[in-house]
Design a protein around this ligand. Structure first.
Ligand SMILES: [Cu+2]
Length: 371
């Protein structure tokens, strides 16, 4: 009972602290300002899907701007990020990361966010792609049992993170508990290379990198908790060390390796969108490259070419394109190799096709050194 009271007080403190910034942000919002003109605009429903997949979309869209309606349900749920290691995750639509949204420049995103009664905490959504009201965070606070609908204009083509930001220390706590995802806003006339020539992709994958900060007991065993707020105090202590205990690519160890590896064929061009909502990351495709990488995630930036490793700042999503030229298994990882191989930040791409001996050949097999 005492513990429950503590949780409630804590929740109240966080809630009241959080509301200062919101009141300030909300005080600017009124009916007097510029009105959205949505008359006659087509409404399209987008069915969101679990990563690493993207919802069905067109790479080019030359029509009039549309209102893209989507819905996300917040789920507080325990997930096993590797065998025997559990976290009380907070998620958009039950996955880590949350689903990728795809719209075109000039479209309006109209999101209905539901926080079911079965959850314990207040949540919201801050879209880095949007403008105003703390990225929509001030307008989307929903307590358990509530829903809210936010509309924003997708006027910046690029890939952008969205995340929960309920205020104060709850912001990093919710983000490191898994509550983020990404949106891709495609230019109407499609993606362009560094020379301004159109590029298209045959497949697209979305990888969300997550650092977890899991408390241990006196014996060094990772602790398990009954709900999303119970680990708060312990987790904050681990967070203060700034070093995650685990890093996952799409929510758990093995989510994108082995039989879950991403797939491609020789000759196919693949778009990879990588997001990190908290720590920085350095992406590397072992045996391949970033043929085109859009710095900072903006499609307005000229893509850089032939990258060996590319940076994803904590709080951004970055798109890269690669055309596979050789079959085999590729590791896609954080080239902070400690994070990749000791903490878990790795995915695989399994590529089918014919080997090209012109690009690489084993001239002689390993054998004893000849004198
Ligand atoms: Cu949240």
């Amino acid at each position: 009972m005492k513990k429950l009271n503590m949780i409630f007080i804590l929740w109240l403190v966080m809630f009241s602290f959080a509301s200062f910034a919101d009141e300030e942000a909300l005080s600017y919002i009124s009916d007097v300002g510029t009105q959205a003109n949505l008359k006659g605009m087509e409404r399209v429903k987008q069915k969101l899907v679990a990563p690493p997949f993207l919802p069905k979309h067109q790479q080019k869209y030359s029509g009039k701007p549309r209102i893209i309606e989507m819905e996300m349900v917040i789920e507080e749920k325990e997930i096993e990020i590797e065998p025997g290691v559990f976290v009380q995750a907070m998620t958009f639509n039950g996955t880590n990361p949350g689903p990728m949204m795809v719209v075109h420049e000039g479209d309006y995103v109209e999101l209905t966010l539901k926080n079911p009664q079965s959850n314990l905490l207040l949540h919201n959504i801050d879209f880095h792609a949007s403008t105003g009201a703390l990225g929509g965070g001030a307008l989307t606070k929903v307590a358990p049992g509530e829903q809210v609908t936010l509309r924003f204009k997708a006027d910046k083509p690029g890939t952008y993170v969205y995340h929960c930001a309920p205020g104060g220390l709850m912001i990093p706590y919710h983000v490191v508990s898994g509550m983020y995802g990404a949106i891709m806003i495609l230019p109407k006339d499609g993606l362009k290379d560094n020379k301004g020539k159109n590029v298209t992709y045959d497949r697209a994958y979305y990888i969300g990198e997550q650092g977890w900060y899991i408390p241990r007991n006196e014996k060094g065993v990772y602790k398990r908790y009954p709900n999303a707020i119970a680990p708060y105090g312990d987790t904050l202590k681990v967070m203060r060390g700034l070093v995650p205990t685990h890093v996952t690519y799409n929510g758990k160890k093995g989510a994108l390796t082995g039989k879950n590896a991403m797939k491609a064929k020789v000759g196919e061009t693949v778009l990879f969108v990588h997001s990190q909502a908290n720590e920085d990351s350095r992406i590397h495709l072992i045996g391949g490259h970033g043929d085109l990488v859009w710095p900072g995630g903006s499609f307005r930036n000229t893509p850089t070419v032939d990258r060996e490793t590319w940076h994803v700042n904590g709080g951004e999503a970055v798109a890269a394109i690669y055309t596979f030229k050789q079959p085999g298994l590729y590791a896609y990882l954080n080239h902070d190799l400690i994070k990749a191989l000791m903490l878990g930040g790795v995915a695989h791409v399994h590529v089918e096709g014919q080997w090209n001996n012109d690009l690489m050949e084993q001239v002689s097999k390993p054998e004893p050194i000849k004198h």
